[in-house]
Design a protein. Structure first.
Length: 366
């Protein structure tokens, strides 16, 4: 069994400990918070938090950077160079140059930001409106109830969490000794033991009140549902059929609205719904614009109702031609349009990048 994120990492959202125009103090509570932080933290900003450095004054008289030097905890503030979000460890690595610390000013350092860590994020020029909007939206999304999805196939089951920013794969169970997926030669004993192992795993991974959607082709998901009920799981559970297995099955549930009211108000589902509407309009030559030049023209005419843009794309530097995306987004809102900062951690988000990272739903064709 391969395991990763548990439902404990998907609960309450980021704590805002302090906030003004130039400095935010934040406490990381969920894996979604790390996604948000990676978009907020840009090169040239400052990030301060507790870290560790080797104090060379404790390493003997030989000079150099002795490995025997004592590692000490201290407050370290970096001038940010770049960030890396390591989803497999639920951490965000922030690389930069030390500008405030008891020792080693001017040297490289890497902050490893994880759950429950406090950080101080500073911007000399102040935080942009997209940054303020992203933080505010993430705080609203954190109040939504979380949902788990279990993709059920003959010899493999995959657990996902539907977070505000995408599908998070948490665990994979693979049946051994059962032959190929769906092989009728699999014995009932092996299959029952396989399901029993997963029931135990779900009991450990999921909070008692976390809703669970079982999905996949065939009838194995109904057997799994019966086993969960027999084991005493009283959470809200739903079994839905899909045309395919694997991660694509979980995406199908979200895209097609197969979970009904259980996920209807979920932020990610609403984002996918808007993107699917864009693809529909593109295929029928409807009221939609894509490509920066076309979106800019529609914006100048006040025609953009909703701008769907990758959160990373919105933060790209000045365009080689025309306006920067931030200026276009501000103009959309000036004409009472809305801007949705999208994730690419689901199929529709990946498709958005194929259209240059932005599409606009229009009030009328232009």
């Amino acid at each position: 069994m391969k395991t990763g994120t548990s439902s404990a990492c998907l609960g309450e959202g980021m704590d805002v400990l302090g906030r003004d125009h130039h400095e935010w103090r934040l406490r990381v509570q969920t894996v979604d918070d790390l996604w948000v932080l990676q978009r907020l933290i840009q090169p040239g900003m400052s990030v301060g938090m507790l870290g560790e450095r080797r104090d060379q004054t404790t390493g003997g008289d030989e000079g150099g950077r002795s490995k025997q030097a004592e590692r000490k905890k201290m407050w370290i503030r970096l001038s940010v160079d770049h960030t890396e979000h390591q989803t497999f460890t639920d951490t965000l690595r922030v690389h930069g140059i030390i500008e405030e610390a008891p020792i080693d000013i001017g040297l490289h350092h890497t902050h490893v930001v994880g759950l429950r860590d406090d950080i101080k994020l500073s911007s000399a020029r102040g935080f942009s409106k997209p940054d303020r909007d992203l933080l505010d939206e993430s705080l609203r999304a954190a109040s939504q109830s979380q949902v788990a999805l279990l993709v059920v196939e003959g010899d493999e089951m995959i657990l996902f969490f539907a977070s505000a920013r995408g599908l998070r794969e948490s665990a994979t169970w693979t049946m051994r000794g059962g032959g190929k997926r769906g092989d009728l030669r699999q014995t009932d004993g092996i299959a029952k033991q396989f399901r029993a192992t997963i029931v135990d795993g779900l009991t450990q991974q999921l909070d008692d009140d976390l809703p669970l959607v079982l999905c996949g082709p065939g009838q194995n998901r109904d057997r799994m549902l019966a086993d969960l009920k027999a084991a005493g799981h009283q959470r809200q559970m739903l079994s839905v059929g899909t045309t395919i297995g694997g991660r694509a099955a979980a995406n199908e549930v979200l895209r097609e609205g197969l979970a009904g009211n259980l996920l209807a108000q979920h932020r990610m589902v609403q984002e996918i719904g808007l993107l699917e509407e864009a693809w529909k309009r593109i295929s029928t030559n409807g009221a939609v614009a894509y490509g920066q030049a076309a979106i800019e023209r529609a914006t100048e005419q006040g025609a953009v109702e909703t701008l769907l843009i990758g959160a990373d794309v919105l933060r790209e530097g000045e365009a080689s031609e025309g306006k920067a995306w931030t200026a276009i987004a501000e103009q959309v809102e000036t004409f009472s349009g809305s801007v949705v900062q999208c994730s690419i951690d689901h199929d529709a988000g990946e498709q958005l990048m194929g259209f240059g990272g932005a599409v606009a739903l229009l009030r009328y064709e232009v």
